[in-house]
Ligand binder design. Structure first.
Ligand code: KE4
Length: 434
């Protein structure tokens, strides 16, 4: 495959931008090879600067549930831009998008828009600390909630590890109140609450962990977190930046029939433009300035272009059969990969929820990945690297890391899914021969 221009541009980019990219995962660090510079996208496809076409299963890491350059989104952006791009003043479209989200997710009684998932989780945690007047927070190893200092903590292998910074530049004091616990381990969380009665402000969790690959929260684990938080007056925060309008139209919380105190959103609600949000119980949200004393602000929060793209996306999605149709294709893809692995004695673990999925290549059969420790132990990252490049060469773009999830759009056709599975089979059979 000719990647000459991408290669040249990447070398040039590294002189201007650290690592040549504006977000690390785009640099293909864990799979190697030449990161593709995209020229354009349309529907389920992207074309790189060398003219190669790929069926896209990353979709900008989730936002593009309607595919690239969807007419409804493009038209909404054109119309919005003709009225101005930003005012720093209230506009009605912020209320329209807020209402659509509140109607879809009953746990959200009030919402605040921000510009990224990082801002959403950072603000939700500050709000939880303000509301409870407590400092300690619990997060789970392998869950990613953006790059706010207090969340960049090392994932210990013990029952619970006190927050040691996981990046230079993060002061120890900033993570000292962040407690890291293994995912899906409710007993470990109980122990933390017992050891620190009245000190835990919040528990933040990805209900479906999609930043360690694809690991569903167990029902008893998530139910248990909700009970523990209620019994200890701690705030339960569902980070649904990835799962919101992806795992289900009401997020993962509707699938699990849970009622988190706060929810963080992003990605799909911006339709490909920068939008994040945090929202939840009115009693808590009323503490947010200027209604209350907890300060949070943003020049471009509620930006009319971003709101327009998000609203066009959700209005196309909600109330139509689109979401169910994409979910069926997603299930067919994930289950098809599992079948191909099984038929060819290549151990894989796949999962899916709504329009998102995951696929691990395992070092051996008979094991299950349920948390970050088992993901690191059992995921065969070398095999994944070979799979990633084999699929790329055949024109299918999957996440350039084993520890990410995959996404399907309304524009992926049944033929796309069939052709993808055929390419997977070609790869798997080639692996069997080696
Ligand atoms: P952003 O700040 O990147 O908008 O959102 C942070 C975030 C928060 N919560 C969850 C559950 C997330 O998955 C994310 C960001 N997801 C990654 C993909 N694993 C974004 C890709 C990237 O970092 O470039």
């Amino acid at each position: 495959m000719n990647t000459k221009r991408s290669g040249e541009l990447f070398e040039h980019a590294k002189k201007l931008i650290p690592g040549g990219v504006n977000s690390p995962v785009r640099a293909f660090g864990s799979v190697g090879g030449v990161p593709r510079f995209v020229e354009r996208g349309k529907g389920a496809s992207i074309w790189d600067i060398d003219g190669n076409r790929y069926i896209d299963y990353v979709l900008s890491w989730g936002p593009l549930i309607l595919g690239h350059a969807h007419p409804a989104v493009a038209e909404a952006l054109r119309e919005a831009a003709e009225h101005g791009t930003s005012f720093g003043m209230p506009t009605t479209i912020e209320l329209d998008l807020a209402q659509v989200i509140i109607d879809a997710m009953p746990s959200i009684e009030m919402i605040r828009f921000v510009n990224s998932g990082t801002e959403a989780t950072m603000s939700a945690l500050r709000l939880a600390r303000a509301h409870t007047k407590r400092d300690k927070i619990i997060k789970f190893a392998g869950c990613y909630h953006g790059h706010a200092d207090m969340l960049l903590v090392q994932a210990g292998s013990g029952v619970a590890t006190l927050g040691l910074p996981d990046s230079p530049g993060v002061p120890e004091g900033t993570t000292a109140d962040t407690i890291v616990v293994p995912y899906n381990d409710l007993e470990a969380v109980k122990e933390v609450f017992l050891a620190a009665p009245g000190e835990i402000a919040a528990v933040i969790v990805e209900p479906i962990a999609a930043n360690m690959g694809f690991v569903k929260g167990k029902h008893e684990f998530l139910n248990g977190l909700q009970t523990l938080c209620k019994n200890n007056d701690a705030v339960l925060i569902f980070d649904e930046v990835m799962t919101g309008f992806r795992a289900g139209l009401g997020g993962a919380q509707r699938i699990y029939d849970l009622d988190p105190d706060l929810t963080c959103l992003g990605k799909v609600i911006g339709g490909g433009l920068p939008v994040g949000a945090y929202g939840g119980k009115k009693e808590i949200m009323q503490s947010v300035a200027p209604a209350g004393p907890m300060y949070q602000a943003g020049t471009l929060s509620g930006n009319p272009l971003a709101m327009s793209a998000g609203l066009a996306t959700l209005r196309t999605l909600v109330g139509s059969g689109v979401f169910d149709d994409v979910s069926k294709k997603t299930a067919k893809l994930a289950e098809g990969i599992a079948t191909i692995g099984k038929e060819n004695d290549i151990p894989v673990q796949t999962g899916h929820a709504g329009t998102m999925f995951g696929a691990y290549f395992l070092r051996r059969s008979g094991v299950e990945i349920t948390d970050y420790e088992t993901a690191k132990r059992h995921a065969d990252t070398d095999q994944y690297m070979k799979y990633f490049h084999a699929m790329l060469e055949q024109g299918f773009y999957f996440a350039p890391s084993q520890f990410e999830a995959g996404f399907v759009s309304s524009e992926h056709t049944d033929d796309d899914i069939e052709n993808t599975l055929r390419a997977v089979e070609i790869f798997v059979k080639s692996e069997r021969r080696t």
